[in-house]
Design a protein around this ligand. Structure first.
Ligand SMILES: [Zn+2]
Length: 251
């Protein structure tokens, strides 16, 4: 009965995809407590959270969350900087800011219609979030991000929704098994195919400069094929040369 961590995450995510119409990119609302814990545990939210979910994600904070961390001053200065890295999502409290937890709860409403994922270490907020059906909850367990299995409220609501579609309990059970076996794989396949189209041939645009070099070369040699390979090598070299510079700056 050993299920790998990764499979558990995908299974739990699939629950929200299948029952609550979650779609990528997943919108993750991150509060100050999560950012604080991330900093303490050297968990890079921007790098590691999408990797953990194996999905495209939009990392979001709100004005209220930012203001709250600002108020707490130097103790949470690092967490404030982290929170500020994310896109600021409009929360409706622009004129009258509320606490971070109140703000996030108000954005969920009664049924989380905007399909947010909540990332928080705040136990009290977590408890409230669990009562709202269809809200995935993420927290850090030490260094390890954890997507909590769907809450009772979420499972109850999912069962209700299925009953409304006219599926009886027996069918529900077989459906569960089927989804676990196949449904999940199908969903992610379709999505990855769609996304691959994005990889544009833009790097080729910088080739034009080389034309003068090839012209001089064709005067002496008439082998064009070798030259093509050289161009490819140069392109990867440039990409590799760029990587270490971005890495070294993160010290
Ligand atoms: Zn707010």
């Amino acid at each position: 009965m050993k299920i790998s961590r990764h499979k558990k995450v995908q299974k739990n995510l699939a629950f929200y995809v299948n029952n609550f119409k979650f779609r990528q990119p997943y919108q993750v609302l991150i509060d100050g407590t999560f950012s604080f814990a991330a900093l303490q545990n050297k968990f890079n939210i921007q790098d590691q959270l999408p990797k953990y979910l194996q999905a495209e994600t939009k990392l979001l904070s709100t004005q209220c969350v930012i203001l709250e961390t600002e108020k707490l001053g130097s103790k949470v200065f690092g967490a404030m900087l982290i929170v500020k890295q994310f896109a600021v999502h409009k929360c409706g409290h622009e004129k009258q800011p509320v606490s971070g937890s109140k703000c996030l709860l108000s954005m969920l409403g009664k049924e989380n219609p905007s399909r947010y994922i909540i990332a928080t270490q705040d136990r009290d907020l977590q408890e409230h979030v669990r009562k709202v059906p269809g809200v995935p909850l993420i927290y850090l367990h030490g260094k390890a991000p954890t997507l909590e299995p769907p809450s009772q409220a979420s499972r109850n609501r999912a069962a209700e929704l299925r009953r409304a579609v006219g599926i009886n309990v027996q069918q529900e059970e077989t459906l569960k098994v089927l989804k676990e076996k196949s449904g999940l794989a199908e969903e992610s396949d379709v999505r990855s195919k769609k996304k691959r189209k994005k990889g544009g041939p833009n790097p080729l645009s910088c080739k034009k400069k080389k034309k003068s070099a090839t012209e001089t070369a064709t005067n002496t040699n008439k082998t064009g094929k070798v030259r093509k390979r050289k161009r490819v090598k140069l392109a990867t070299h440039i990409i590799e040369a760029l990587k270490p510079t971005s890495m070294s700056s993160s010290s």
